[in-house]
Design a protein around this ligand. Structure first.
Ligand code: 2PG
Ligand code: MG
Length: 420
């Protein structure tokens, strides 16, 4: 009843108006599951391959080959496989692609198939996916990490920092955290309008800012928290995704907005200065992916009080997570299923992190859709934190609203990550 009968590839659209891949899997018993691949803009060089067609159509971003790979070789490989055995589904995906980076069939085709199989299995079992993923374990609600200002590759590089986010450790529930964040988002918009700093909405729904310096963004974020009637550093803290690989290489960092060029130690000094002046508790990709030494020095200086998250550095790779833990380069991992191409490999990265006491953040990409599978992953795997962009734009609110429904159903406690 739960064996895979058919796999269909479909070309659909993402939040940047680019084509993307949807997989629809039908099981022998009639249950179906659907999932859509997201896409990043600031990608780590170690990510699995997001297969695009190139050429003139759709700016080279078309995915007709990946869609054909789904309906062709992937469908053939998965037919007859038991969808409730995710590990064996994913083994087949890995085997039929046959390359380390899924460059043959495309990680976008692979992750859509892997997630659709999980969805079909949950449908056949008449259970929500997060319940299936949790197994016998308790369900945990992740603390939301929510963008207020977009920047970097998501806002025309108008500021260098990519994501300025708030986390509400003082909130008693997901619903309250979202309430507070919406007040902050609104206050930030009003403050920007008063100072003519708002240009629009960035790729992940945060305000597209027109600040004179990177630090002005931090100042305004704290003022927005205060204007919303909340206590910065207590009820609400700040999380940044510096996405430093976008402007740093070979130990040199060029902050265009501040017209400054820093070496690795200069970056660390600047970031630590910010953490003293602002209630920052989490720094994602504070240094470039080729600067593991810099990560190590930052961890040595502040790894006991700050969450240092590897995204481009770790690319959801279990081996990299283990290596980073051994060398003390990060204390948290961002988990993006499409960076690897299967759920089993994504889970392996999370298990590797848990083994060494690292924290986890399940994350969306900057190019997203209405697909909410990552919400189930964060809840079912007990990842503790969830990052999906801002509290505006439908592809973002689809995830927060899914999380609200889960909270209503489960009444589970909100996670309390150690550094937040
Ligand atoms: C990131 C993500 C989400 P992208 O860097 O963490 O903000 O961006 O999907 O463009 O890699
Ligand atoms: Mg990132």
């Amino acid at each position: 009843m739960t064996t895979i009968d058919s796999v269909l590839g479909r070309r659909v659209w993402d939040s940047r108006g680019r084509p993307t891949v949807e997989a629809e899997i039908r099981l022998a018993g009639g249950a179906t599951g659907r999932a859509i691949a997201p896409a990043g803009a600031s990608t780590g060089s170690g990510e699995a391959v997001d297969l695009r067609d190139g050429g003139p159509a759709q700016g080279g971003y078309d995915v007709r080959r990946a869609v054909d790979n789904l309906s062709g070789p992937l469908a053939e490989a998965l037919r007859g496989c038991d969808a409730t055995d995710q590990a064996s589904v994913d083994r087949r995906i890995v085997a039929v692609d046959g390359t380390p980076a899924k460059s043959n069939l495309g990680a976008n085709a692979c992750i859509a198939a892997s997630m659709a199989a999980a969805r079909a299995a949950a449908a056949a079992l008449h259970l929500p996916l997060y319940r299936v993923l949790a197994g016998d374990g308790a369900v945990g609600l992740p603390l939301p990490e929510i963008q207020i200002f977009g920047g970097g590759a998501h806002a025309g590089r108008r500021i260098d920092i990519q994501d300025l986010m708030v986390v509400c450790p003082g909130a008693g529930s997901v619903a309250e955290a979202l309430d507070w964040t919406a007040e902050i988002y609104r206050a930030a918009g009003a403050l920007m309008d008063e100072t003519h700093r708002r240009l629009g909405v960035a790729d992940e729904g945060g305000h597209w800012p027109d600040f004179a310096s990177n630090e002005e963004a931090l100042e305004m974020l704290v003022r927005a928290i205060e204007r919303a009637g909340l206590a910065p550093g207590d009820e609400v803290v700040v999380a940044l995704d510096i996405a430093a690989s976008e402007f740093g290489r070979a130990g040199r960092y060029r902050l265009a907005l501040d017209d400054r060029e820093l070496d690795s130690d200069g970056m660390i000094e600047m970031l630590l200065g910010w953490t003293e002046r602002y209630p920052i508790r989490s720094l994602e990709d504070p240094l470039a992916e080729d600067d593991a030494g810099g990560f190590g020095r930052l961890m040595a200086a502040a790894g006991d009080r700050l969450q240092i998250v590897g995204d481009d550095l770790l690319v959801t790779d279990a081996d990299r997570v283990a290596a980073a833990a051994a060398s003390g380069n990060a204390n948290a991992v961002l988990l993006k299923p499409n960076q690897r191409g299967t759920l089993t490999e994504t889970l392996a990265a999370w298990r590797a992190a848990q083994t060494v006491g690292m924290d986890g953040i399940v994350s969306a990409r900057s190019g997203e859709t209405e697909d909410t599978t990552i919400v189930d992953l964060a809840v079912g795997w007990g990842a503790g934190q969830l990052k999906v962009g801002s509290i505006a734009r439908g592809e973002r609110t689809a995830k927060w609203n899914a999380l609200l429904r889960i909270e209503e159903r489960e009444q589970a406690p909100l996670a309390r990550p150690r550094f937040l």
